[in-house]
Write a protein that binds this ligand. Structure first.
Ligand code: SAH
Ligand code: SF4
Length: 375
C-alpha cells in the first residue's frame, strides 16, 4: 500500500502516469487530500468510480497517530505524535490575530547536540518520512476544522494553518530528502498553496545544505546563530566546528540571491551570562554587518538537567536596544503555550524519557483498544 501523503506533487502525477491515469485526476486527488483533508477514497465524489475502487485496493492516506493532544490557556495546541518504537515527536499550533502558525518537527531527536536544546540532549533516533512531515500539517488542519477552530482567516474560507515554521524537533537540513518533498507540497497550488514567504525553515547552519535548499526549494530562512564568535559558537552549536561563522555568513548571502524574503532571520537564544553581554551585541553587529537580517531573541527555555539559565528580562531588552541602536531590527520572541511546554527547545517528544515512554505506550494501546472495541 502506498501512503499518498508520501508523494510530492511530481511524484503523485508520476504515480498516476505509471498506472495509465490522467494528470488531471492526480490534481483532483491532491485537492481532496491536502485541501479538504479527506482520507477516504470512497468520499472523493468527482473521481470515476473505477478509479476510487482501484485506490481503495492500492493506496492509503495515512496520517499520524496522536499520543496526546493538549491545549494551553492561550490557545496554543500541541500534538504528540507516535514515531514508532516508543518514540514520539511534536507539532504545535500557535493561533494569532491574523494567522495560524504550525511548528513542525523533521526528525525524532537530533544528532547535532546543541548545548541548550532539549531535543539535542535526547540524541538522534531517526528521520521522519515525507508523510510524517506533511502529515503534521494535514492532521493539524483536519483536527482544527473538525473542532471548529475560529479566526478571521478561517471565516474567510482559508484553512486554519496559514504559516509553517520548521522549528520543531530535529534539524530539517539533516533530513533534506524527506523535507524538500514536504516543502513542495506546502507550496503547491493543488495542495496547501502557501507562499514561500509563509514557510520558514530554521537551521543550525549546515552550510552545504543551505546551498542545496537555495537551488531546490528556497523558502524563508532562519538561522540559529546563538553566538557572535567561533569560540563560543563551537561550544553552544557544535556543528560550528565543521561550518564556522565566516562560511555560514557567506552561505546566507548566497541564499538571499534566491530567497523569497530579502533578509535572513537570525535566532539568538538568551543564555544568562553566556552570550548576553554588551560585548556580544557589539560582536554580533560587526559579524552581520554585510548580511541583510533581522534578529529574533529567544528567551532560553530551561529543561531538567540543563546547565543554563535564561537572561533576566531587563538584560534581554538591553541587548535588543544595542542591536536597534546600530540600526538593526530585533524582536524578542513571545513565549506561548507555557503551561503545556510548547515553547522552543521544549519539544522534547519522548525519545529517551523512559517513564514518559511507558506512559505513552500505554496511552497508545488504550487508544488502539478503544478504536477496536468501537467497531
Ligand atoms: N534544528 C533547527 C530547528 C529546530 S530548533 C535549528 O536548530 O535551528 C528551533 C529553534 O529553537 C532554534 O533556534 C533552536 O536553537 C531554539 N532552541 C533550542 N533549544 C532551545 C531552548 N531550550 N530555549 C530556547 N530556544 C531553543
Ligand atoms: Fe538539533 Fe536544532 Fe536542537 Fe541544535 S537546536 S540540537 S540543531 S534541534
Amino acid at each position: 500500500m502506498t501512503n499518498l501523503l508520501d508523494l510530492a506533487p511530481d511524484a503523485l502525477t508520476g504515480y498516476f502516469a505509471d498506472r495509465g491515469e490522467k494528470p488531471f485526476h492526480a490534481r483532483q486527488v491532491s485537492r481532496w487530500i491536502h485541501q479538504r483533508f479527506v482520507a477516504d477514497f470512497g468520499a472523493m465524489s468527482d473521481l470515476p468510480r473505477a478509479l476510487r475502487e482501484r485506490f481503495m485496493a492500492e493506496a492509503v492516506v495515512q496520517g499520524p497517530t496522536v499520543v496526546r493532544d493538549t491545549t494551553a490557556a492561550d490557545g496554543t495546541r500541541k500534538w504528540l505524535l507516535d514515531a514508532g518504537n516508543g518514540n514520539a515527536v511534536e507539532s504545535v499550533y500557535i493561533p494569532e490575530d491574523d494567522r495560524g502558525t504550525l511548528c513542525i518537527s523533521s526528525q525524532a531527536g537530533c544528532a547535532l547536540d546543541c548545548a541548550f536544546c532539549a531535543t539535542g540532549k535526547q540524541g538522534f533516533n531517526r528521520n521522519l518520512t515525507t508523510a510524517e512531515i506533511i502529515g503534521q500539517l494535514w492532521h493539524a488542519n483536519r483536527m482544527l476544522i473538525a473542532d471548529g477552530a475560529t479566526g478571521p482567516w478561517i471565516e474567510h474560507g482559508r484553512p486554519p494553518i496559514t504559516n509553517v515554521v520548521m522549528m520543531g524537533m530535529g534539524e530539517p537540513l539533516a533530513n533534506f530528502d524527506n523535507v524538500v518533498p514536504a516543502l513542495e507540497l506546502m507550496l503547491d497550488d493543488n495542495a496547501y498553496g502557501l507562499s514561500r514567504r509563509r514557510v520558514t525553515l530554521s537551521t543550525s547552519g549546515l552550510v552545504p545544505v543551505i546551498d542545496r535548499l537555495r537551488d531546490a526549494c528556497p523558502v524563508a530562512l532562519a538561522v540559529s546563530l546563538h553566538a557572535p564568535n567561533d569560540a563560543l559558537r563551537d561550544r553552544l552549536v557544535p556543528i560550528n566546528r565543521k561550518h564556522p561563522l565566516a562560511d555560514l555568513m557567506a552561505a546566507c548571502l548566497r541564499y538571499l540571491e534566491r530567497a523569497p524574503r530579502d533578509f535572513v532571520t537570525f535566532e539568538y537564544v538568551m543564555l544568562d551570562g553566556v552570550n548576553d553581554q554588551p560585548q556580544h551585541a557589539a560582536e554580533l553587529i560587526a559579524l552581520t554587518r554585510d548580511v541583510p537580517c533581522k534578529f529574533n531573541l529567544i528567551p532560553f527555555n530551561p529543561f531538567p538537567g540543563t546547565e543554563f539559565a535564561v537572561t533576566p528580562r531587563a538584560r534581554i531588552v538591553d541587548f535588543q536596544k544595542a542591536l536597534q541602536d546600530a540600526g538593526r531590527v530585533a524582536t524578542i520572541r513571545k513565549t506561548r503555550g507555557d503551561d503545556i511546554d510548547a515553547a522552543c527547545g521544549q519539544l522534547a517528544g519522548q525519545v529517551q524519557d523512559r517513564t514518559k515512554r511507558r506512559l505513552a505506550t500505554r496511552i497508545v494501546s488504550v487508544a488502539a483498544h478503544a478504536t477496536r472495541t468501537a467497531h
